[in-house]
Design a protein around this ligand. Structure first.
Ligand code: UD1
Length: 352
């Protein structure tokens, strides 16, 4: 029996194709949702839109400090592992649920497979970087999405025998759902036409938890809103840490978190995306849409070398100048190798 796990929003698009491919082949699996993300708009809507089955086990852990959240997932997941005789665990990405379940399973002698292995920002201030490094070292099957993954793993002494370059399962979701997302024409909700607006997302602690940094970024998007109307679906964390800072910015439409299809459709026809998300850097590269990532580093360098992504420091002038430069002369990229919509097939081949 294979155990598949999701916990937080970015897990859903990465794991849905794997879960569905296992089902298609009739391979028995127990599908667990830790409940790290629990709001309907952060979780349920993705299940519906990605065609995922309901989880067999819901751990319902919710929010907390890192130690508290990780510990509660481990305690609950240890019991699940005791209830079933798992032959393997499959986790994805870099969220707290990923590490918590990998660590629990590894200590119980259950082999761990990691989808999206080997990415490194080399910035240990990011909780995700700690989750990535530890999850990779607990895994015996490491599925990488871009060439830097194998290089990073080799440098850390992980044997190449364990590493498989499979492409990007999140891009499987994108390719499977793009047509349906575009048919819905989500831009009409805001009175826009394709190519006449930008999209913003921000939730990283380093950007939104400190008021000075958040204010710099807010001023930048307020200034850009005068050039190009911006749609900003706001993450609950961003709202709870500094709601006022994001209010009343001209030309910026603050909306609740969006479903997968709505967001994908908006992103695909945006003139520019400004984000600090990991996944959106890859999705914009796959779509050929210009992206400015408000961070000093990225664990996804292929989006810079081959894709349409550019890094910008979280400073008002830097963001505004870079955005204007990109609007005048949009970067043209190409699609990285094996981001072809069939990564999950290769992942399940690797599991079998
Ligand atoms: C998590 C991931 C991050 C990912 C992001 C995408 C970790 C360490 N971070 O960050 O890598 O990019 O998800 O969304 O796992 N909250 C709600 N409702 C929810 C979930 C969260 O209101 O359904 C609020 C709570 O106030 C919570 C805060 O958001 O304390 C942060 O949630 P948490 O899961 O700890 O981290 P994210 O910032 O969402």
């Amino acid at each position: 029996m294979i155990c598949t796990v999701v916990g937080a929003r970015p897990n859903f698009m990465k794991m849905a194709p794997v879960i569905l491919e296992l089902r298609r082949r009739g391979i028995p699996q127990v599908f667990v949702h830790t409940g790290q993300h629990y709001d309907a708009r952060m979780s349920e809507i993705f299940f519906d839109q990605l065609g995922m089955p309901q989880p067999d086990v819901y751990l319902g852990v919710g929010s907390g400090s890192h130690a508290d959240q990780t510990a509660r997932i481990m305690t609950a997941f240890e019991k699940t592992c005791g209830d079933y005789a798992f032959k393997r665990l499959v986790v994805a990405g870099d969220v707290n649920s990923t590490l918590a379940c990998a660590l629990t399973a590894a200590k119980m002698g259950i082999p761990v497979a990691h989808v999206e292995a080997g990415l490194r920002s080399f910035d240990r201030d990011m909780p995700e970087e700690i989750n990535r490094v530890l999850t990779d070292h607990l895994s015996d099957l490491l599925f990488t999405t871009e060439p830097s993954g194998a290089e990073n793993l080799a440098r850390e002494g992980i044997s190449g025998d364990k590493v498989r370059y499979v492409g990007n399962s999140m891009i499987d979701s994108l390719r499977a759902h793009l047509d349906r997302a575009l048919t819905q024409q989500p831009w009409t909700t805001y009175g826009f036409t394709p190519g006449s607006y930008g999209v913003v997302t921000l939730h990283r602690p380093s950007n939104v938890d400190t008021p000075e940094t958040a204010r710099e970024i807010a001023e930048a998007i307020g200034a850009l809103g005068a050039d190009l109307p911006l749609i900003f679906p706001i993450h609950p964390r961003t709202l709870s840490r500094g709601g006022d800072i994001w209010n009343g910015l001209g030309g910026v439409h603050i909306v609740d978190p969006l479903g997968y299809l709505e967001f994908l459709g908006l992103m695909a026809r945006a003139r520019l995306v400004i984000t600090d998300s990991g996944g959106i850097q890859e999705e914009t590269t796959a779509l050929g849409v210009p992206c400015l990532t408000v961070r000093l580093n990225t664990e996804r360098p292929v989006t810079l070398t081959e894709g349409t992504n550019r890094l910008v420091a979280p400073r008002r002038d830097v963001i505004v100048e870079s955005a204007r430069a990109v609007l005048n002369d949009p970067p043209r990229g190409r699609i990285p190798e094996l981001w072809d919509g069939h990564a999950a097939v290769r992942i399940v081949d690797g599991l079998a």
